[in-house]
Design a protein around this ligand. Structure first.
Ligand code: FAD
Length: 456
């Protein structure tokens, strides 16, 4: 197998090295999206940065593909590959909070559940994803949108430093002072530049929040979307959340005879003073008659895991995405035409506001370019039965095609499909050429190409 043998790799690595001859291979090759069925030559279950360096060296020296896995949530399945090497960081999940400096450092395989549990103990948080099982690394490197992004900016805006193993196997620190070009590229540029073994974030005071889902009739979808659009840009930045389309799951707060029907929702998160939460959410109650709701005070990590059960590992996934600067009537019409056909209770469409603190960062200050977008839309097809793959993929594609003429050319890299590689330049707009320059410096051979790829 080329210049480095598996035995030599095993000698160098403290974690477990799994090949197809080993017990545990079937589990080790799996990623979250069950539609992805790849057979890597070797999965390196890393335990520290040294193991990551060994995995990177092994892939480079043997001229093998290299996939990097943090939380494993990549919908296109970038966390695995055929015949290559997987650097699997999912065992590296430690989070250390420094309450005096108000920072937290997460290892490269930590999930948002790990992160939020650790910071909650100190009454602190930063912007993370809305599902607790998503990886901190993959989400942050692509940007990072969540309940707190109006108040605190994107996840990448709160990143203060990262430890990175680059394609040549070096260990670098990237922050505003050291390797600043790499630090710039990491904040939105995805996994193109190296393996991040730990990330340090600044934190803000957020402990218990007031929020949850509010359901309205699908017939009121256009009114709800217009009302949300007109309201949110001027709303206090402590108010996070997003409109969504979702079939009602069988939950006690939803009338039983409505279970399984599609609804429009507003999922909200008030991260200001808790006793002001009810008043802050009042405007949502004026959008249209409310069918059901489950809002109230709760720990921030509870809201972050409230929808986990709808998206267990092992579903089939196909997603498409774009940004809109104006959520105009054309886009709203496309949503109201396609959303009622949601194919499964796991499928959803989220329309995340990009405003508040996200807009106060200049488009060229980080790799994440769409600072003037007002919403990031994701059409997230998720369903259990592979027999439905063709029909449900078609639903996502048709829905996307209908919204595309009313949207920007680019989309949020973390919500995009494997067949969106031709949109990478558009995703980064004016930042693309600088990203190519940084790529040439740190990964001229494109070892890190299993991603929304910036080619050197
Ligand atoms: C159920 C679900 C909910 C989601 N919710 C949100 C949300 O609320 N907000 C949001 O912004 N996004 C969300 N996403 C999208 C998410 O940001 C991407 O799927 C992201 O890639 C997941 O990161 P991961 O580490 O879990 O995935 P992985 O599959 O492990 O990684 C994806 C890619 O990220 C890169 N990467 C991961 N770890 C590292 C590392 N340590 N070093 C270098 N590169 C790395 C690699 O290129 C890798 O291929 C969600 C996705 C899912 C499936």
């Amino acid at each position: 197998m080329g210049r480095l043998s598996i035995d030599q790799l095993r000698e160098r690595v403290r974690g477990v090295v799994v090949t197809s001859d080993d017990d545990g291979y079937e589990e080790a090759r799996k990623v979250y999206n069950a539609m992805i069925d790849k057979r890597p030559a070797v999965v390196v279950r890393c335990t520290h940065a040294g193991d990551v360096m060994a995995a990177v060296d092994f892939a480079r020296e043997n001229e093998l593909d290299l996939a990097v896995r943090g939380g494993g949530h990549s919908v296109p399945g970038f966390g695995t590959c055929d015949d290559g090497v997987v650097a699997d960081l999912s065992g590296m999940r430690g989070v250390r909070v420094d309450p005096a400096r108000r920072t937290a450092r997460a290892e490269g395989g930590a999930t948002w559940g790990d992160f939020n549990a650790a910071t909650y103990a100190f009454g602190l948080a930063t912007t993370g994803g809305i599902i607790s099982t998503t990886g901190v690394s993959g989400l942050t490197l692509g940007g990072g949108i969540g309940y707190l992004s109006r108040k605190l900016g994107l996840s990448c805006d709160n990143l203060v430093s990262a430890d990175v193993v680059t394609a040549d196997g070096r260990f670098l620190v990237a922050n505003e002072e050291e390797n600043a070009d790499l630090f710039w590229a990491l904040r939105g540029g995805g996994g193109n530049f190296g393996v991040v073994t730990s990330l340090e974030f600044k934190l803000a005071e957020v402990k218990d929040v007031y929020g949850g889902p509010i359901l309205y009739e699908m017939a009121d979808a256009a009114t709800v979307l217009r009302s949300f659009r007109d309201f949110i840009g001027k709303a206090p930045e402590e108010l996070g959340g997003f409109p969504a389309f979702q079939m009602a799951p069988p939950l006690p707060f939803i009338p039983e005879d409505r279970h399984g029907e599609p609804f429009i929702l507003v999922v909200s998160c008030w991260a200001g003073a808790l006793d002001e939460g009810g008043r802050a959410l009042q405007p949502f109650h004026d959008f249209a008659p409310v069918v059901a709701e489950h809002v109230g005070p709760m720990p921030y990590p509870a809201l972050n895991s409230a929808f986990d059960a709808l998206v267990p590992p092992g579903l089939q996934h196909y997603w498409k995405a774009n940004f809109v600067t104006e959520l105009g009537d054309g886009a709203i019409e496309a949503h109201t035409r396609h959303a009622p056909d949601l194919p499964a209770v796991n499928s959803t469409v989220h329309i995340y506001p990009i405003d508040g603190a996200c807009h106060r960062v200049a488009p060229e200050a980080t790799a994440f370019a769409y600072r003037d977008a007002s919403f990031a839309t994701v059409i997230a097809g998720m369903w259990p039965d592979p027999a439905d793959n063709e029909a449900n993929t078609a639903w996502v594609r048709d829905y996307y095609e209908a919204t595309a003429p009313h949207s920007e050319e680019g989309g949020y890299v973390n919500f995009m499909a494997g067949d969106d590689q031709d949109r990478v330049r558009a995703n980064y707009r004016g930042n693309y050429d600088r990203l190519v320059e940084v790529k040439r410096l740190y990964d001229p051979g494109n070892l890190f190409h299993l991603n929304q790829n910036i080619t050197p």
